[in-house]
Ligand binder design. Structure first.
Ligand SMILES: [Zn+2]
Length: 172
């Protein structure tokens, strides 16, 4: 499943990438017509907060998620619920949050080289032995405090999804 977010949803777009979804987002220079065209051409689910935009998307028969919340976790939840998708841990952190490129794990040799060239900070090298690289933009990733925070948020979201499912399947 591929996504296209409107310009109001940049943070959501970066999170969807971290969850492993191929996600593009409008940075503002794209017109509404161009955005609709792109969603249609690349068969992307359009994610928007804009009423007018969702109206046009419906008219065009595009797959659409209309976001109502301004809270990130709520927004992720809205996407998952609307499209009936579950978080897939195998996809988690396979895509670059900056450029949507693929992230791959570094080999021992590559790690050594990156470390010697000071592309990986010394502190990071001390705390973990696993590093990833975005093949498109060259950003390095490792599980630091930022990632731990992200994982916690994902877990929260999963628990909430789980509770919701329980409520649906066990009506009292
Ligand atoms: Zn990248």
């Amino acid at each position: 499943m591929k996504f296209l977010c409107d310009q109001m949803l940049g943070t959501l777009a970066r999170w969807l990438r971290l969850l492993g979804y191929d996600t593009l987002f409008s940075k503002g220079e794209t017109s509404d017509e161009e955005l609709l065209e792109l969603a249609k051409k690349e068969k992307r689910v359009l994610i928007t907060r804009d009423k007018l935009m969702s109206h046009f998307a419906r008219k065009e028969g595009l797959r659409l998620v209309k976001i109502n919340s301004s809270n990130l976790e709520e927004q992720l939840f809205e996407v998952m619920e609307e499209l009936k998708i579950e978080l897939d841990r195998d996809l988690f952190l396979t895509r670059c949050s900056l450029c949507n490129g693929r992230i791959r794990k570094l080999s021992e040799e590559e790690k050594e080289k990156a470390y010697n060239q000071k592309l990986i900070p010394e502190g990071a090298h001390l705390s973990t032995n696993e590093f990833w690289l975005c093949e498109r933009c060259g950003k390095y990733y490792w599980v630091g405090s930022h990632w731990k925070k992200i994982e916690e948020k994902i877990k929260e979201l999963e628990e909430r999804t789980h509770e919701k499912t329980k409520r649906i399947s066990n009506p009292k």
